[in-house]
Design a protein around this ligand. Structure first.
Ligand SMILES: *Cc1c(COP(=O)(O)O)cnc(C)c1O
Length: 378
């Protein structure tokens, strides 16, 4: 009798399970880039109104949401596909385009879904190291081979929050070979304030083999409902529709996303709170002498100078969970979601204490006779 694992496709055995940021009961979760302000009241109202109707299947074509989004973005409905989060669009790209042995290019460290999709479809991953935390687009272009079928670029990137210069993005898309699909993941689009940001929709106008990914999970605070979308030329959208499950987006999710589009104030507010929190946290990091990566998203990658897994435990006890950098081989770094001012202040206090304790701990390890310690210049 073969074991069940013997029946499995070998590539499936090689998939590393998604490692959720560790949780801690009662702690403020600053580990998953979730929006601290919560959904729009309009979205909450829409969800409540829809609740009694959930015995019915959702609109399989997401017609209303598609039409409203198209109008909002200045594209046609044929340019849009709605997914159960942008994660599902990434999955559809794999299903529709990847043959076993194809090459998939993305940055190292990547957003977790890219290597997952490559492995799931039994493809070769080509991970091109970031350069000073920014996508190395010329390096990625140079990595394209005859076997390359799919390229992922997250702009802003996760886990770094960096963007690529506009001219570089345009050149990369301009030179993109026709046998490659480019997924331009703009999950944090609304948070960007840097003037050198390329408008992702301009990229799809240039080429039929580029798809832009956007989501309701971040600025619209609907991560738990799972709604995202792809924008591309009609041919690419048509191909993805071939592999889409008929009822992929729940009725409640469709309604909440639609209602969110009626509350533009939510975006303004979200960006404003994020900018204020960013400025505050930068100041705190600078006061502590900590290196951080300036961000265009709703999170910051910061080098706390001590082992991030140890720091996680202490920060969690103090009431804050963060993402530890060990998964990206950045052992002394953490990725921190920008919270409300109150959360940011609480976190900064917890971090100061965590670093002070660690210094005292290190001193007492090395100099037991001088255990009162002193602050290390970091
Ligand atoms: C958060 C995030 C997404 C969004 O995923 P959803 O499935 O829409 O929740 C996509 N790409 C990146 C890089 C992200 O960080």
């Amino acid at each position: 009798m073969p074991s069940i694992r013997d029946l499995m496709r070998p590539n499936v055995g090689e998939i590393r399970p998604y490692r959720e940021g560790k949780s801690h009961p009662g702690a403020v979760k600053l580990s998953a880039n979730e929006n601290p302000l919560g959904p729009s009241p309009k979205a909450l109202q829409a969800m409540r109104e829809l609740a009694p109707q959930v015995r019915l299947y959702p609109d399989p074509l997401c017609l209303e949401l598609t039409a409203r989004l198209a109008e909002r973005l200045g594209v046609a409905s044929e340019n849009l596909i709605i997914g159960r989060g942008s994660d599902e669009i990434i999955h559809m790209l794999g299903l529709a385009f990847l043959r076993p042995g194809d090459e998939v290019i993305y940055a190292d460290p990547p957003f977790a879904l890219y290597p997952f999709t490559a492995k799931l479809m039994d493809c070769q991953s080509v991970a091109v190291p970031l350069k000073r935390f920014v996508h190395d687009l010329p390096g990625m272009a140079a990595a394209i081979s005859e076997r390359t079928r799919l390229i992922f670029v997250a702009n802003p990137h996760n886990p770094t929050g960096t963007i690529v210069p506009r001219a570089q993005a345009e050149a990369f898309v301009h030179d993109l070979p026709e046998h490659v699909i480019l997924a331009w993941d703009a999950a944090y689009h609304e948070y960007v304030t840097d003037g050198d940001y390329v408008d992702p929709l301009r990229l799809i106008e240039q080429r039929p083999n580029v798809i832009v990914l956007r989501t309701f999970s971040k600025i619209y605070a609907l991560a738990g409902l799972r709604v995202g979308y792809g924008v591309a030329g009609p041919e690419l959208i048509q191909v993805l529709t071939q592999v889409r499950e008929p009822f992929n987006v729940s009725s409640v999710a469709q309604a909440a996303a639609l209602a969110s589009l009626d509350d533009p104030g939510q975006v303004t507010r979200g960006v404003q709170v994020n900018e204020e929190g960013k400025g505050y946290l930068y100041e705190q990091f600078e006061a502590l002498g900590l290196e951080y990566v300036p961000t265009q998203a709703n999170f910051i990658l910061v080098n706390i100078g001590i082992d991030s897994v140890e720091a996680f435990e202490r920060l969690a006890k103090a009431g804050y969970t963060v993402r530890t950098g060990d998964i990206w081989d950045l052992n002394t770094w953490i990725r921190l979601t920008i919270g409300t001012q109150e959360q940011n202040e609480g976190f900064a206090k917890a971090l100061r204490e965590c670093l002070r304790e660690s210094v005292i701990g290190n001193w007492s390890d090395c100099h037991p006779e001088r255990s009162e310690g002193s602050r290390r210049g970091i």
